[in-house]
Design a protein around this ligand. Sequence first.
Ligand code: CA
Length: 232
Amino acid sequence: MKLLLVEDEEDLAQGVVLGLEAVGFQVTHVTTGRAGLDVLLHETFALVILDLMLPDLTGLEICRQLRRDPSYQNLPVLMLTARGETYDRVVGFEAGADDYLVKPFAMRELELRIRALLRRPNLRTETSVQQEDAIEFGSLVLDLPGHRVLVDDQELACTALEFKLLVTLLERRGRVQSREVLLDDVWGTETFVSDRTVDTHIKRLREKLGSAGSYIETVRGVGYRFRSQETP
Ligand code: CA
């Protein structure tokens, strides 16, 4: 099971990575909030361990950003706070943190908290804004709450970013989306990526979609469009 650790204290982070890997988790470690948000776009994690005080963003800010995005609504977040740091539990929960642990902590305690969060049912699904459960188009089905993509009933492995890109295009089917619009709406204005990134991801997405890949059309010189009808 893959976990993301966002922590700027190298010594502590190394201990956590070793400790969690020893009990069977795979851990990706980054030291800044932006790096954390970036890696979340490209990889899927079962849980995030988030330090409260990071050099760029605070853990609370990251948490709020994550919870605004439906892709991360149910991603468990465990906050780490340093002794003496004032951490307001209520503010933490409002920001979307599921639990917190004060440093220094025993590895066993961290492991138990993580396992407890991973066992918990998706808490935010019921309370979040009602949305369509699934979007269907020809052989393609997007299961929105489950974050799954199916083509001819076969599930595809998509990253959070690919999923968001596909949902965005499909919801706006029949309308051309420029690369700039896609960058803003899918990647977000705070990431620094070029137009080429859009092309690369569309290419990969089409490959993954196989027969359904042709639903995404290239509009030369403008951008991309999801077909308005199943057959051209
Ligand atoms: Ca810190």
